[in-house]
Design a protein around this ligand. Structure first.
Ligand SMILES: Cc1cc2nc3c(=O)[nH]c(=O)nc-3n(C[C@H](O)[C@H](O)[C@H](O)COP(=O)(O)O)c2cc1C
Length: 244
């Protein structure tokens, strides 16, 4: 099985998103998958021009010359694709949004109505990979995921069974706290990493992820109060350094 994750964090290899994706892909590899993470920040992906040439003049092909052709091939060649992003202004990063806008050549132009009354464009290809979604927020709590959760509820309605799981990881910046600074947090993160490895293993071995595993992924890493206090202290120190 081929598993590919597209990481939409501008921080790339230093991102909290990568700290989440890496253990998951390790688990996938453990049970024989070919697994890779693509850092979109390292790729040349231009913004969609909205010209619809990919629907008319050059059906299925974008007029822009950049890395997107190769990335779409990789996307379609994968059995399972993950999209990973930090929460930016309550949604995904521009980098990931830009990337997904460029999926337009994979759809056909005519508008269809489904049995449930919603409208859609048929796919141009016979097989789309199954998918999963990972978001991490800088805030504690869950309210910063509301827009993404709502977006995914529509995606799931439009393609039933295609989304394997969604991970909404709050307190995302806790993932980059050095182990020696907070051993208790480090132990929780190690548990979280194990749940991610388990997710990767299940995904490849059975093509599904158990509900219990998805629940584990949403475990508390640190209390909201402690996270908030730690983050505020760190900003005080940063601002102090900037003033000095
Ligand atoms: C421009 C910008 C907008 C952000 N907007 C939000 C937001 O709406 N809600 C939130 O919880 N965190 C927000 N954050 C914080 C990031 O989600 C957080 O730092 C995250 O852990 C970064 O993950 P990464 O290392 O994978 O990029 C924002 C950060 C930036 C730079």
């Amino acid at each position: 099985m081929k598993v590919t994750v597209f990481n939409g964090s501008p921080r790339g290899r230093k991102s909290n998103s990568h700290r989440i994706v890496e253990p998951l892909l390790e688990g996938a590899r453990e049970v024989g998958a070919e697994a890779q993470e693509v850092f979109l920040i390292e790729k040349d992906v231009k913004q969609c021009l909205g010209c619809f040439c990919c629907w008319s003049a050059t059906p299925g092909r974008c007029v822009l010359k950049d890395d997107m052709g190769e990335l779409l091939e990789l996307y379609l060649d994968s059995d399972c694709v993950g999209l990973a992003t930090p929460v930016y202004n309550m949604y995904m990063t521009g980098l990931l949004k830009n990337f997904t806008d460029r999926f337009l050549p994979l759809a056909t132009p005519h508008i269809r109505r489904s049995d449930d009354g919603t409208f859609y464009h048929e796919g141009r290809v016979r097989r789309f990979p199954r998918q999963f979604f990972i978001a991490n927020s800088g805030f504690p709590g869950g309210h910063n995921f509301v827009v993404l959760e709502s977006f995914y509820s529509v995606v799931k309605q439009m393609s039933p069974g295609n989304v394997l799981f969604e991970l909404y990881r709050n307190c995302g910046e806790a993932l980059s706290v050095p182990e020696e600074e907070h051993p208790e947090l480090a132990a929780r993160i190690a548990e979280f990493h194990e749940a991610l490895r388990q997710t990767g293993r299940e995904l490849v071995a059975s093509g599904e992820v158990a509900e219990a595993t998805v629940q584990k992924l949403h475990m508390e890493l640190i209390s909201d109060e402690e996270y908030m206090a730690g983050a505020n202290l760190q900003w005080d120190a940063e601002l102090g350094r900037a003033e000095a």
